[in-house]
Every structure is written in C-alpha cells, then in structure tokens.
Design a protein around this ligand. Structure first.
Ligand SMILES: [Cu+2]
Length: 537
C-alpha cells in the first residue's frame, strides 16, 4: 500500500480484525458520526498487527470551564477536560481527582482509540496528542480547531512504543492560555516488552506534571500580566504545582517507584535534583524506555519534555522525607540582566529560580523491590550515513525579530509549506536547530544577546539527538544545564539553548500529510514560532 490515506473504512475494520463488524459497531453507536468533523475515514498504518482481545477505547472529552478549591478560600476558575468512557472500561481512563489536569489515558500498543472532543469553551480548540504517531487529521493541527459548541472526532490506532505521551490544546494563538488555565492530560502507552521488565506498577507508578502559575489574592490564575514582555520571554510563574497542587506532598511507601515527569509548564526550564544529592536514575525519555538506565546529578527539562525516574525508597526509614527540587542556575532569558529579572522582565520569577517541587513522605514498607534490569529495551540507532542529507542538514535558524521569534525568518502560516519544508515518506534526515543571533539575519534589540532557549518539538515523529554544539561565549551558562540533558533515547522535543546548535536524526514514517514543528515555549508558539512541514508520499 503506497498511500495510507486511501485505506477505506472496510480496510480499517479488516485491519482491526473486525471483519464485517461495522454493523455491530454502528448499532452500538461506536463509529464516529460523520457530521462533526470533515475528515476522511480514519486511517491506520499497515505494519502493525492489531493485538487480540483489546477493546476499542471510546470516550468523550468535554473541554469546559469549572472551579476548584486549589487554595483555602475562594475557588479557582479553571478550564479542564472531563472524561466519560463510552466503551473499553474504566481501566483505560483515570481521573486526577481534585485537579484541573487529566484525565490519564492508559492504553496498550495496538489499541484503537476513539475520542470525541466537545468544545464547551468560549474559544475554538482542538487536541494535539503530543508524541503520538497518528494521521495528520488526528494530530490536532490548528486548522482543525472547532468552534464553541462543536465537536471533533478522533479515531486512531496507537502504534507508539510504551512511554508517557500527553495531550493538550493546539488552536492557533490560543495554546498558551488554554494550557495555562488547566487543559492537559496524559497518554500512557504500555507494551509487552515493557511489561516483561517488572517495573513498579499500580500505586508505584506515579505520573507527575510540573507547572508554574501566578495566582492573585482572589486565587485567580493570572496570565501574561506584562503583555508583550511576558509573551516575548514566555510565561513564568511564581508558584509551582504538581498535578495541579501547590506545595505538593506525597505519601509513599518504602519501596521502588516509577516517577514519570512531564514539564507541563508554558515556558519554565527546570533543573531537577534530589535535594540530598542522591543521583537520579533515568529509565525513559519522551518516546519511552532507554536501552539501559542512566544516572544524572540533575536533569534539565524544557516544556513538553518527559523523563521517567526509577526511585527506590526501600532502604529509607519510615518518617523520613525525600525532596525533589529545581536547582538554581544563571538566568539566560534574553541574555539575563535587564531582560531577565529587571524592569523589562516577566511578571513571575525568572528562569533559574530555585524551587521546592515535591516532598515525598516515606511511610511503611511497601511492595518488595524488583531489581532494576540493566537492559530495559533495544533502541535501533539511526546512523548519520543512512540519512539522505547526512552532509547537508536541513537547517532551522531560530531568531528574534522585533518582538517575536522566527524559524528561518518565517512565522506560522496556517496552510503554507515552503519548498524547504517538504520531506519524503520513509526518508531519514538530519535536522539542525541553530540558536545563534545573526544566524537568522534577525534584527534583535541592539547590543543585547537575544537568544533564548527554545524547546523544539516535531509532530508525528520520535527522533534521536545526534549532536550538540555550543558557540563560543555561551559556554559558562550552558554548562550549568548541559549535564542534565538525557539524549540517549527517543525524543519528540529537544531543548535548544542560547548559542547552541542541536542536530537530530529523524525518520518520517507511517503517514503522509502536513504536520507541525515549533517551539514548545507556548508563548513563542502562539506568537508564530511554528511552521508546517509536509511528508510527501
Ligand atoms: Cu521558543
């Protein structure tokens, strides 16, 4: 099959092992209605054989407004997704009670997922499934945003390997505020390889979404109080929330845990560490398990990135405490100084501010600890020699122009794809993100360094980091954070620091169509630091 988009619904059902089951599905009301979104029949890739005995997960997510008691006193108005499961059983969807975040999908590789998004917000919205390899119509491009009162039907098969992916709004120029006011959830995929490892599961598997916010005296979230200046740097708050809770404390047992961290902040960069200096044991990144566990003294995470930790508290005494913190580092926002923390700064606390993130209170003895396997997975390494452009990377120059950030001197255009933004299906390419003022012919603000960190995200793929280079003059600030990058595994978002050039190896497989690449600093993205690219069959 050369063009996957031409698969008919009958083929889809055949692929799913459902044969002539369409009538049955229709009778149960499980097929998406054709009326809500103008997309073609769902398409699934051919290589994966559907797993047997997996129900279709069918759910509705309603994006709407509500209030929550985040602090004592007045409740906080939030935006959130509320889930109702239509089919597939409650096991596949967990809600985070008392939080604006969620829900958490827990699905198996191979599973088919149908989600109807109902928009009960005052603005257009659409969901992007961050990190998933799904058809372009399902990917949440802003051109599919639905108006208030309307719905959008998703229908796709999960082909990603085990890992923690996530979902959030992606409407043009509104992603920042919609995520900020609470819209985001997790999409956790498991597979057989992972299940065989005996990693901590159930109550010992803890997703942790870290975000920063500003609240006023009435417990209302405050967004971009400094207007353009906040927007140019990116929103930075003064209060850290974990899974929607400030001053987060978690009771744990003396056992091993799998801690799945998502930096769900709009623009803050964290330097996570255990306060007592215990090294962090990392077992997974954006696209799932590493080949072998690695240790770091600290971990650097930009917005959109995920890291999974294995943390063994079994040797610790009941009543003791472990604290996850974000360590201080030199602020680099716009070169620091005047732009970073001074009169032109963001209204919150600058990047590099130290924070307590999460206190873990250790209690009674828990489940026996399985030793952490020394081999977690196998990752087929892309080779630069196999890339179609190994000697000539596809280069994306990140620059500040006026008050906005551009990619190759361009801002987002809803439908445009430039000649140099077209790739061929199944090609392996080297992409390079160059974060050096002057590299883009930009017009910064005179004498100041205008490079800011940009967490670059490519939709529809998982890639491997090939190399990083830091330009002269940027080394000292860089070295405060570079020891915390975890580039050993699959990534869909990579932090590109001021003065840095990052090269990644990326194969465009599975689907043709128009996808996005952009900065995951959500204020940069909303201001146009985003472009389409097209995978051509
Ligand atoms: Cu950016």
């Amino acid at each position: 099959m050369t063009n996957s988009t031409q698969i008919s619904r009958r083929d889809v059902l055949k692929l799913m092992g459902l044969g002539a089951g369409g009538a049955f599905l229709s009778a149960c009301g499980l097929l998406p209605s054709a009326s809500t979104n103008p997309t073609a029949a769902p398409v699934f890739p051919t290589p994966l054989t559907p797993l047997p005995d997996l129900p279709i997960l069918s759910a509705e997510l309603t994006a709407g407004r509500g209030t929550l008691p985040i602090f004592s006193g007045k409740e906080t108005p939030v935006w959130r997704y509320q889930a109702s499961v239509k089919e597939g059983g409650g096991d596949f969807i967990q809600t985070l009670s008392g939080s604006y975040l969620g829900p958490i999908f827990r699905v198996k590789q191979g599973q088919r997922v149908q989600v109807r998004l109902n928009n009960e917000l005052p603005d257009p919205t659409i969901i992007h499934w961050h990190g998933l390899k799904i058809p372009e119509e399902m990917d949440g491009h802003p051109r599919y945003a639905v108006a208030p009162g309307k719905s959008f039907d998703y229908d796709f098969q999960v082909i990603n390997r085990a890992g923690m992916y996530w979902f959030h709004p992606h409407p043009h120029q509104l992603t920042g505020p919609q995520v900020y006011y609470g819209l985001a959830g997790l999409f956790i995929v498991s597979d057989e390889e992972e299940a065989a490892l005996g990693l901590p599961a159930g109550e010992y598997d803890l997703p942790l979404v870290i975000q920063d916010r500003i609240f006023d005296s009435q417990n209302q979230m405050v967004y971009l109080a400094n207007g353009m200046m906040d927007s140019m740097i990116g929103f930075l708050g003064d209060t850290i929330l974990v899974n929607g809770s400030p001053n987060a404390i978690l009771d744990v047992k003396a056992s091993a845990y799998r801690l799945r961290l998502l930096n769900g902040s709009n623009s803050r960069i964290y330097k996570f560490a255990w306060q007592d200096g215990t090294p962090l044991t990392v077992i997974a990144t954006d696209g799932g398990l590493l080949e072998t566990p690695v240790t770091r003294d600290y971990i650097t995470m930009g917005p959109g990135e995920r890291v999974e930790l294995w943390a063994d508290f079994s040797g610790r005494n009941a009543g003791s405490e472990m604290k996850l913190v974000s360590l201080p580092y030199t602020d680099f926002s716009g070169g620091g100084g005047m732009m970073g923390g001074g009169m032109m700064g963001s209204s919150g606390l600058p990047n590099g501010t130290p924070f307590d993130i999460l206190r873990l209170m250790i209690g009674e003895k828990g489940a026996d600890v399985n030793p952490l396997p020394s081999q977690l997975s196998t990752i087929e390494r892309h080779a630069v020699n196999d890339a179609v452009n190994g000697n000539n990377p596809r280069s994306f120059r990140l620059a500040m122009q006026g008050m906005v950030h551009t990619i190759n001197n361009r801002l987002f255009e809803m439908d445009a794809v430039a000649q140099d933004e077209i790739v061929r299906l199944n090609d392996l390419e080297v992409w390079e993100f160059v974060n050096l003022e002057g590299s883009g012919g930009g017009m910064g603000m005179g004498m100041m360094n205008m490079e800011m960190p940009h967490p670059m995200h490519i939709h529809g793929v998982q890639f491997q980091v090939l190399e990083r280079q830091i330009a002269r003059g940027f080394e000292s600030a860089y070295q405060e954070l570079s020891g915390g990058f975890v580039d050993e595994g699959w990534k869909d978002t990579v932090l590109v620091m001021p003065g840095e050039t990052v090269r990644v190896l990326v194969r465009f497989e599975n689907y043709t169509g128009i996808y996005l690449y952009h900065c995951h600093n959500l204020e940069h993205e909303d201001a146009g630091m985003m472009r389409n690219y097209r995978i051509k069959g």
